[in-house]
Design a protein around this ligand. Structure first.
Ligand SMILES: *[C@@H]1O[C@H](CO)[C@@H](O)[C@H](O)[C@H]1NC(C)=O
Ligand SMILES: *[C@@H]1O[C@H](CO)[C@@H](O)[C@H](O)[C@H]1NC(C)=O
Ligand SMILES: *[C@@H]1O[C@H](CO)[C@@H](O)[C@H](O)[C@H]1NC(C)=O
Ligand SMILES: *[C@@H]1O[C@H](CO)[C@@H](O)[C@H](O)[C@H]1NC(C)=O
Ligand SMILES: *[C@@H]1O[C@H](CO)[C@@H](O)[C@H](O)[C@H]1NC(C)=O
Ligand SMILES: *[C@@H]1O[C@H](CO)[C@@H](O)[C@H](O)[C@H]1NC(C)=O
Ligand SMILES: *[C@@H]1O[C@H](CO)[C@@H](O)[C@H](O)[C@H]1NC(C)=O
Ligand SMILES: *[C@@H]1O[C@H](CO)[C@@H](O)[C@H](O)[C@H]1NC(C)=O
Ligand SMILES: *[C@@H]1O[C@H](CO)[C@@H](O)[C@H](O)[C@H]1NC(C)=O
Ligand SMILES: *[C@@H]1O[C@H](CO)[C@@H](O)[C@H](O)[C@H]1NC(C)=O
Ligand SMILES: *[C@@H]1O[C@H](CO)[C@@H](O)[C@H](O)[C@H]1NC(C)=O
Length: 533
C-alpha cells in the first residue's frame, strides 16, 4: 500500500473511533533541537532555565550522553546516519574530509534517518538551521541542493552566523541582513518552526529538526541579552589552566599559565556564549508552548542536545572542542514525550549515533533494516531497561585538522597545526588523531584512548577517581585491563552495525575473541599505509 492510501485509511479508523468515543492512536511526533558547541561540564545548561523546566523536568535527563566525534560535521553526520565516523566517512569540516561532499551525498545522505522517516514511515519532515558546515557551497551542489529526506527545508548557507547570512528555503536562496527584528537567526528559526506547525498536514505525524548555530562562534547575542552575565567568568575547575604534562603532544605544547590576553578572550567568549543561549531558551519555550496550544504536546517527543561540548581554559587550551576529554565529548541530552515519566535522571551510556535509531523506533520502523551502528534508547525512556542489560561502552573517533603550511601569524610553529589563537597556542594538529573507548557501567567509569601520532600515545582515565582527568594512568593501570581495552578499541574501530553493539570489556557478557584482534590489526595497518601514500 502506498503511504498516501495508508494514511487515508488510518485517518478513517481514527475518525470512526473518535465518533464512537474511543481514544485513537496516532503515531507520535518528534522534535529534535540541536545546539552547536553546547557543553555540559562547564555549566552550559545554566542559562537554559526554561528548557530544563519544559524538557528535562518534564521527562528524562541523561548524565552520560556522548558524541562519537567532538567536531560539528563528523558529529552531525553521526546523528543523521546513526553511524560512527569510520562508517560514514565524514572526517572533518572540509569538503575534502567529506563534509557535504559529493561522495557523502551519493553514499550516505540518501539513507539518513529523516529519509527513512519520510519515505518508509510516512512522516512529514522539517529542517531549519545549520546542517553540515559546507552545505550551500557550489562544490557541494549549492543552495538548490535540498538533501533527501526533507519535505520542508530551511538550511543555513555554510557555517554558523547570527546575522548577514543566506538561507536555502526549499532550494531558493533568501538573504538576510542585520536587523534584529527581521534577521536574528535564533528567533527566525523559532518563527519558521511555528509556520511549519501551522501549515503542515494534520493527517501525518511529523519530525522537526531545529539546529541553532548558538552558542557557536561568533557568539552574537540578541540586543536585549547583551548585558546579561556581564560579570560571569569561565569556571575555574581543577583542570582550568592546568598543565597536562602527562598528555599527548598538542596538550604538552600549551603554555601554562595562559597569557592574560587568552584568559580575557576566553572569559568574554564564555559570557557571550551564555548570552546567545538565552535566545535558544526562548526558542524552546516558543515551540513547546505552540505544541501545547495546538493540543499536540502530549503526542510529541522533544529531544534537546548538542553536536559536541566545549572548553575554555581547560589544560591551558584557550577555547575549542576537538579534544578527547569530557568537556568536549560529553553533551547535554534531555527528552520529554509520551510514556516518559517526569523528573527522571538516567546514568545509562548513550551517544549521538543512538538518536536516529531511537527516532525510527518511535516511528515503528524495523531497525533491522538499517545499517546503523547506534541503538534505540526508547526502552530507557520508557523505563523498560535496566543497567545490567544495557551497553557498557561507545567509540569516539577524531581525525586531527591541520594546515599544510606554517600558520602566518605563528611562523615559528611550522606546518601541521590548526587554530592557533589568540597566543599561538594551537587547538588542533594533524596528529591530534585519536580513538577512544568510553566505558560506563554502574561500577566502572573509564576512558581508554590511542593516538595515531609518532609516539602512538596512550591516555587512560579512571573517571571515578579523577573526574577532571588530571592523571593519565596508562602506565599504572593493570596490564591485563590495558590489553583488553586495546583489543576492544581495535574491534570497535572496525565495527559496523550489530558488531558496534557487542559486549564491552566490563560487561559480564564480554568474551575476548582473538580473531577480532587479527582483523582489527590488519584494518588499522591498511589505514596507516593509506595515510603514508
Ligand atoms: C569520503 O567518502 C567516500 C565514500 O564513502 C569514501 O570512499 C572516501 O574514502 C571518503 N574520504 C575520506 C577522506 O575519508
Ligand atoms: C552585516 O553586514 C553589514 C553590511 O555589510 C555590516 O555593516 C554589519 O557590520 C554586518 N553585521 C554583522 C553583525 O555581521
Ligand atoms: C519572529 O516573530 C515575532 C512575532 O511575530 C516577531 O516579533 C519577530 O520580529 C520575528 N523575528 C524574526 C527574526 O523574524
Ligand atoms: C551589567 O549589566 C547590568 C544590567 O544587567 C547593567 O546595569 C550594567 O551596566 C552592566 N555592566 C557592564 C559593565 O556592562
Ligand atoms: C596578568 O594579570 C594578573 C592579574 O590579573 C597580573 O598580576 C599579571 O601581572 C598579568 N600578567 C601580565 C603578563 O600582564
Ligand atoms: C520536577 O521536580 C521539580 C523540583 O523538584 C518540581 O518543582 C516539579 O514540579 C517536578 N515536575 C514534575 C512534572 O513532576
Ligand atoms: C531484529 O533482529 C533481532 C536479532 O536478529 C531479532 O531478535 C528481532 O526479532 C528482529 N526484529 C524484528 C522486528 O524483526
Ligand atoms: C534487567 O533486565 C533483564 C532483561 O530485561 C532481566 O532479565 C534482569 O532480571 C533485570 N535485572 C534487574 C536487576 O532488574
Ligand atoms: C580534512 O580531511 C581530508 C581527508 O583526510 C584532508 O585531505 C584535509 O587536509 C583535512 N583538512 C584539514 C583542514 O585538516
Ligand atoms: C605532531 O605534529 C607536529 C607538527 O607536525 C610535530 O612537530 C610533532 O613532533 C608531532 N608529534 C607527534 C607526537 O607525533
Ligand atoms: C577507579 O577508581 C576507583 C575509586 O578510586 C577504584 O575503586 C577503581 O578500582 C578504579 N578502577 C580502575 C580500573 O583502576
Amino acid at each position: 500500500m502506498d503511504s498516501a492510501r495508508r494514511f487515508a485509511c488510518c485517518l478513517l479508523i481514527c475518525v470512526s473511533l473518535w465518533s464512537s468515543g474511543v481514544k485513537c492512536y496516532r503515531r507520535p511526533n518528534i522534535v529534535l533541537i540541536l545546539t552547536d558547541d553546547l557543553d555540559l561540564t562547564m555549566g552550559g545548561l545554566t542559562p537554559l532555565k526554561k528548557t530544563q523546566r519544559l524538557i528535562g523536568d518534564a521527562g528524562m535527563s541523561f548524565t552520560n550522553a556522548f558524541v562519537a566525534s567532538p567536531l560539528c560535521c563528523p558529529s552531525r553526520a553521526s546523528i543523521l546516519t546513526g553511524k560512527y565516523p569510520h562508517n560514514h566517512r565524514v572526517v572533518n569540516n572540509t569538503l575534502e574530509g567529506n563534509c557535504s561532499s559529493a561522495a557523502w551525498q551519493k553514499s550516505e545522505e540518501p539513507n539518513v534517518f529523516p529519509a527513512l522517516l519520510r519515505s518508509a514511515a510516512g512522516y512529514q519532515t522539517f529542517f531549519a538551521g545549520k546542517y553540515l558546515n559546507q552545505y550551500g557551497r557550489s562544490a557541494a551542489g549549492g543552495l538548490q541542493h535540498v538533501p533527501p529526506g526533507w519535505n520542508y527545508w530551511v538550511g543555513l548557507d555554510q557555517d554558523s552566523r547570527y546575522y548577514n547570512y543566506t538561507l536555502s528555503v526549499n532550494g531558493k536562496p533568501q538573504k538576510h541582513g542585520a536587523d534584529y527584528s527581521k534577521d536574528y537567526l535564533t528567533d527566525l528559526l523559532a518563527n519558521v518552526s511555528l509556520d511549519f506547525l501551522q501549515y503542515k498536514s494534520s493527517y501525518q505525524p511529523f519530525f522537526m529538526m531545529v539546529a541553532t548555530p548558538a552558542p557557536h562562534h561568533p557568539w552574537t547575542p540578541a540586543p536585549q541579552y547583551q548585558d546579561h552575565y556581564n560579570s560571569t567568568k569561565a569556571p575555574r575547575d581543577p583542570n582550568f589552566d592546568h598543565h597536562g604534562k602527562d598528555k599527548h603532544w598538542l596538550i604538552r605544547q600549551a603554555k601554562t599559565p595562559m597569557a592574560n590576553s587568552s584568559v580575557e578572550f576566553l572569559d568574554t567568549a564564555f559570557r557571550k556564549r551564555w548570552q546567545t543561549l538565552l535566545s535558544v531558551d526562548d526558542l524552546v519555550e516558543t515551540i513547546v508552548q505552540r505544541l501545547e496550544v495546538r493540543g499536540e504536546l502530549d503526542n510529541t517527543y522533544i529531544f534537546f542536545t548538542s553536536d559536541n561540548g566545549y572548553h575554555t581554559g581547560q589544560f591551558s587550551l584557550p577555547m575549542d572542542k576537538r579534544q578527547l576529554y569530557e568537556f568536549d565529548i560529553r553533551v547535554p541530552l534531555m527528552v520529554r514525550g509520551p510514556k516518559i515519566k517526569p523528573n527522571q535522571t538516567s546514568q545509562m551510556l548513550v551517544a549521538n549515533v543512538d538518536l536516529g535509531p531511537t527516532f525510527l523506533d518511535i516511528a515503528g520502523y524495523d531497525l533491522n533494516k538499517t545499517q546503523m551502528d547506534g541503538m534505540s534508547f526508547l526502552p530507557i525512556l520508557h523505563g523498560q531497561m535496566n543497567s545490567s542489560s544495557w551497553r557498557t561502552d561507545i567509540l569516539v573517533e577524531y581525525e586531527g585538522e591541520g594546515s599544510d603550511v606554517s600558520i602566518p601569524s605563528c611562523p615559528l610553529l611550522g606546518p601541521g597545526l590548526w587554530f592557533c589563537y589568540p597566543d599561538c597556542v594551537c587547538e588542533d594538529a594533524f596528529n591530534n588523531t585519536y580513538a577512544c573507548v568510553r566505558t560506563v557501567t554502574p561500577s566502572v567509569n573509564l576512558q581508554y584512548c590511542e593516538f595515531d601520532d609518532n609516539e602512538v600515545f596512550v591516555e587512560v582515565y579512571n573517571l571515578t577517581a579523577d573526574p577532571f582527568q588530571l592523571n593519565n594512568i596508562a602506565k599504572s593501570i593493570e596490564q591485563e585491563v590495558l590489553e583488553e581495552m586495546n583489543h576492544r578499541l581495535m574491534m570497535l574501530q572496525s565495527c559496523s552495525g550489530a558488531t558496534c553493539r557487542t559486549a564491552g570489556v566490563f560487561d559480564p557478557r564480554y568474551k575476548f575473541d582473538p580473531r577480532q584482534m587479527f582483523q582489527s590489526h590488519s584494518w588499522r595497518l591498511n589505514r596507516r599505509r593509506q595515510k603514508l601514500k
